[in-house]
Design a protein around this ligand. Sequence first.
Ligand code: NAI
Ligand code: MG
Length: 488
Amino acid sequence: MKKNENKDMFKAAWNYAAAPESTDHINLQKQYDLYIDGKFIKPVKGKYFDTINPSNDKKIASVAEATAEDVDLAVKAARKAFKGWANLSGKDRGKYIFRIARLIQERAREFAVIESLDGGKPIRESRDIDIPLAANHFFYYAGWADKLEYAFPNRKPKPLGVVGQIIPWNFPLLMAAWKLAPALATGNTIVLKPAESTPLTALKLAEIINDCGLPKGVVNIVTGAGETGANIVNHPDINKIAFTGSTGVGKYIAKAIAGTDKKVTLELGGKGANIIFEDAAIDQAVEGIVNAIFFNQGHVCCAGSRLFVQESVAGLVIQKLKARMETLIVGDPLDKNTDIGAINSKKQLQTIQNYIKIGLSEGGEIYQPECSLPKEGNWCAPTLFLNVSQSHKIVQEEIFGPVLTVQTFRTINEVIEKANNTPYGLSAGVWTQNGAKIFHLTQRLEAGVIWANTFNKFDATSPFGGYKESGFGREGGLQGLKPYVKFE
Ligand code: NAI
Ligand code: MG
């Protein structure tokens, strides 16, 4: 091959990468109904709400708003389906779950584009992370369905019954997969509610569930906002609530079910510490810091939102971090070059902007690279806060946006104490070339997930979950089966 041809090929590939993903062949309806008892049905009261594209504030579709009557129909359908599903052989349950995984793979492009349209996340993330991981969760738990006796040796696990699952908007399809797959593998039936700002991929999943011939009533998908969620929580014939979302709603759920025999698992907020020691591979750590906080616009419960840098390398790390932030592209979620997409909703943007104001008023020193944000839609530039301390609100509270606080430390004990000094206990990251230091920190940091020399890595085989106000219960891996079984 001549030199020039090589160059042209490179150019063509780059052009391809720069083009926004097309929405051709993305099959979207104007209106979406509820999926109850194996059918798409209109809500009893006939109410619908809009789901919005957060990158331009335009309506994408109308979505049914389930009221108490609809939730009751869904719970009844799940109850009716329970015995049949629980008594099916694990092998047969596994086949259905496997089919769901295959159909997600077959329609991966459609899922990825819809996820980015409805929620604002960069297409690269939907395509390479969210959708493949969602399929993997179904594959992984399909494999457990006929091996439960090995998961629980000498004990016979029984399903709990009808499970209510309420999920957030930051990883819409992936959270549906985390919830549905282990519950199905263990023989439960389900009423699932996606978040009101991102219902579309869960409704696409309902189509797949319908296409794969899953017995009717085993999975019911009801859409709506907090009130619909509360109707699920308070329904008397639900055996368990599995929730991922804000700590405030988690506390509401814990109170609402107190005194009933409903079981509960909660996956709530976080304020992850990302700790860089002076012996870390600095360039790698800077990439890790960027990924830890700017991945998915910082709408990540386990985000590394508090950076702790050892004093001797702080100047260098901050300088490199600022330079790297200048190269980040904020914009069209469908563009394959985009690093930071749209903030998921107006409400979330206001929350983030409010925290930035608080940070400034408390004396924090802000750094944002110059970037031209699109005129329409909801956007936030990547943001650093220097000159902050433990008592600052932005160091203590979850912001859930692309905002990183930066603190320095001298000794290992000092950083452990600071890292643990929040109400949360979900995630942490440690960057050092010293293995002994890593093991020491994994013992002392109060976090359900600790990454070493990496951040925000997920896998269906690895359990995920928190301590303290980050909630309890584990999802993923063998541990992820436990919250869906009982022993008699
Ligand atoms: P949220 O907790 O209100 O929403 C999560 C889910 O709970 C949604 O499906 C929502 O409809 C449902 N919900 C709301 N009120 C409910 C109720 N009373 N009973 C039952 N279900 C209810 O979260 P929101 O308001 O969207 O975000 C606020 C903050 O929460 C964020 O800024 C972030 O800090 C945190 N958050 C954490 C998440 C995580 O992954 N841990 C995910 C989403 C939000
Ligand atoms: Mg939306």
